[in-house]
Structure formats: C-alpha cells, structure tokens
Write a protein that binds this ligand. Sequence first.
Ligand SMILES: C[C@@]1(CC(=O)O)C2=NC(=C\c3[nH]c(c(CCC(=O)O)c3CC(=O)O)Cc3[nH]c(c(CC(=O)O)c3CCC(=O)O)/C=C3\N/C(=C\2)[C@@H](CCC(=O)O)[C@]3(C)CC(=O)O)/[C@H]1CCC(=O)O
Ligand SMILES: NC(=O)c1ccc[n+]([C@@H]2O[C@H](COP(=O)([O-])OP(=O)(O)OC[C@H]3O[C@@H](n4cnc5c(N)ncnc54)[C@H](O)[C@@H]3O)[C@@H](O)[C@H]2O)c1
Length: 298
Amino acid sequence: MDENDIRIKKLGGGSLLIAWQLRDKNVLIVGGGEVASQRIESILTADAHITVLSPQKGLHPRTQRFIELRKDRITYYDRPYSGPEELDSMDMVLTALDDNELSRSIVELSRERRIPVNAADIPDLCDFYFGAQIRDGPLQIMISTNGNGPRMASIIKTRLQKGLSGLEGEAIIKVGQLRNKLKEREPGVGGQIGRDRMKWMSGLCNQWEMEDFTLLDEAMMEKVLDEGWEQDGRVPKVEEIGIRTSRKSTSGSFGQPSNYNVFKRVENASSIAIAPTTFAFVAGAAVASLVLIRFLKR
Ligand SMILES: C[C@@]1(CC(=O)O)C2=NC(=C\c3[nH]c(c(CCC(=O)O)c3CC(=O)O)Cc3[nH]c(c(CC(=O)O)c3CCC(=O)O)/C=C3\N/C(=C\2)[C@@H](CCC(=O)O)[C@]3(C)CC(=O)O)/[C@H]1CCC(=O)O
Ligand SMILES: NC(=O)c1ccc[n+]([C@@H]2O[C@H](COP(=O)([O-])OP(=O)(O)OC[C@H]3O[C@@H](n4cnc5c(N)ncnc54)[C@H](O)[C@@H]3O)[C@@H](O)[C@H]2O)c1
C-alpha cells in the first residue's frame, strides 16, 4: 500500500464543500435576529428568493434594512411561524431562533420533506453548515471548522484575506471572458477539443501573473487567441499582447519561458496533475477550504 492508498483508506470525517447554485430557488428563514441577517446576506449573494418569518419586534436592524431594500428578493411576514404548510415549495430551510424546541421541530418537518435544513442553534441536526467567507467577484473562499470552532474560522479568514492581492476577482472575471471566447472559436464538448482547451487555459493561467489578466481588454483577448491558441497552443508573452504590467520579468510565475508550447509540454503530463488547476478556473469560482478536524489537533 503506497501513501495515496493509505490516504484513500483514511478519507472521511469532513463535509462536502460545494458551491451550491441557488439562483431563483425558494429559501425560508425562520427568525429575524442577527444570525438571520447574516443568513439573508449569504442567500442574497446566491440570487435566491427569501421568505422571512418573524414578529417585527424581534427584527435586528440589519434584517429590517435588508427587508426594506430588497423587496425584489425578500418576502417578509410579520408573524410567528405557523406550522408545516410554511415549508411548502421551499428548496432550503434555515432557522435562526431563540427557541430550540421550535427549531428542532422545523428541522424534523424539513427532513420528512427532504428539504435541506440548517438550524443555527443545533449543529448536530444541520444538513450543512455555513462558513466564514471571503468574496471577491467570482472568487469565493469558504473557511469551515466543521462545527468545531466558528470563531476560529473567522480569525483564519482575516489571516487569509491579508494573503490575497485584491486582484484575484478581476483576474478571474477576465479568465472567464477569455474562456468563453475560446469556446466560441472552438466549440464542442469533451473529447480532444476539450482536453486541448483545458491544457491551453491551464498553461496560460500558470504562466501569467494575476495582474496580467486584469489588464486584458476585448481586443487583447482576441490577440491572445490569435497569437497563442491559433499558433499550436503556445502561451504568448504579455508584451506581445500589448499589456503593460508593473512587473519587471515576464518569465512566468514558475520561471518557464513564456513562449513555450503548452500542448507539447503537457502531452505526457498526468491528467491528475492538470485537473486541479483547471477546475479552479473552469468553475469561474474558487472554493478553498480548511476543515480543522479535532483529531488532527491531537
Ligand atoms: C463561520 C460562521 C458563518 C456564519 O454563521 O455565517 C459560523 N458561525 C460564525 C460565528 C460565530 N458563531 C458563534 C460565535 C461565538 C464564538 C464561538 O462559539 O466560537 C461566533 C463568532 C463570532 O460571532 O465572531 C456561536 C455559535 N455558532 C454555532 C452555535 C451553535 C452551537 O455550536 O451549538 C453557536 C453558539 C454556541 C454557544 O451557545 O456557545 C454554530 C455554527 N456556526 C457556524 C458558522 C456553523 C459551524 C461553522 C464552523 O465550525 O466553521 C454552525 C455549526 C452552524 C451554522 O450556523 O451553520 C460565523 C463567522 C463568520 C465570519 O466571521 O465570517
Ligand atoms: N450559527 C451561528 O453562527 C450562531 C451564532 C450566534 C448564535 N447562534 C444561535 O442562533 C440563534 C439565533 O441567534 P440570534 O442572535 O439571531 O437571536 P435573536 O434572539 O436575535 O433572534 C431570534 C429571532 O427569532 C425570532 N422568533 C422567535 N420566535 C419565533 C417564532 N415562533 N416564529 C418566528 N420567529 C421567531 C425573533 O423574532 C428573533 O427575530 C440562537 O439560538 C443562538 O444560540 C448561532
């Protein structure tokens, strides 16, 4: 058994980290306090429709503000939760209540209906947890301690934020636009064309700096495709494209000559090695995670 086999044998004990697509889905939030206000912010970011149930007197000022400003997305009922019919047509249920028994009963009813549910006060019954978030446009980083220490997640978030340049979101937007242009030029799903596109995009992302991508405009993107993709998949130097960066050297992030041919270079590379970098950008969003499992600390 090699190291990887041992790793596979040990897999488990964490949770699935995914970027859940909630656009236009219906989310019920029972409660309107501070925790509910944080939930509203997270769910608005995902373009869902939100129903908030809470007596007016229990609303946190932030919840109140969200309700006033986002009538397009939030339906608010000034009353307590009334029973199981509130769950009809919901795709997700969140409780943020100071009433543990009610929370528990809503979780049970949601589970019977197979609706994913999170109860802010009962981690053991949650189908999923929220996490600390870093967002910059399409870049989405979630820090989760898997229920062990939410405050630790918040502290780690602050540390990670300091390590980012602030250019990542804009760079990813440009990469997304370039990928779309490439797919327009070379349509088709899967097979050799898919592999070639992935190799080229990965090579470009590996060799260019974040800043280089942020400086791309429409015309430059066409030039990258003309001078790169169309020329046997080489990675063009930023100077060829007319990008004026603040960096001194253009030898690429990993010191490779920046006119090397990606297709030739990666021909023998394992697809496992290519996949991680590819998918980080294929999604147009990056979800990084730190699952700090208690036994690791021992
Ligand atoms: C990350 C974050 C995201 C968010 O809420 O959006 C989040 N909690 C945050 C803050 C926070 N929450 C609490 C404190 C006080 C200090 C402390 O206890 O550490 C602080 C710190 C603060 O306010 O700074 C108290 C607390 N939290 C939970 C309970 C119930 C319990 O444990 O029984 C109690 C009451 C415990 C008690 O009564 O003692 C439960 C959960 N909180 C989670 C997420 C899920 C696990 C995530 C994970 O482990 O990574 C989970 C399981 C369920 C869920 O809510 O999904 C957000 C930081 C966002 C940011 O800063 O960016
Ligand atoms: N997950 C977390 O990160 C986290 C953090 C802090 C606290 N908590 C837990 O989350 C819960 C909510 O915290 P909070 O600070 O928002 O509390 P809060 O007291 O500010 O809010 C409670 C809300 O529940 C509403 N409510 C009460 N009974 C209701 C009913 N029958 N129907 C509809 N709404 C009702 C109130 O109007 C109020 O808006 C608490 O149980 C707390 O222990 C979780």
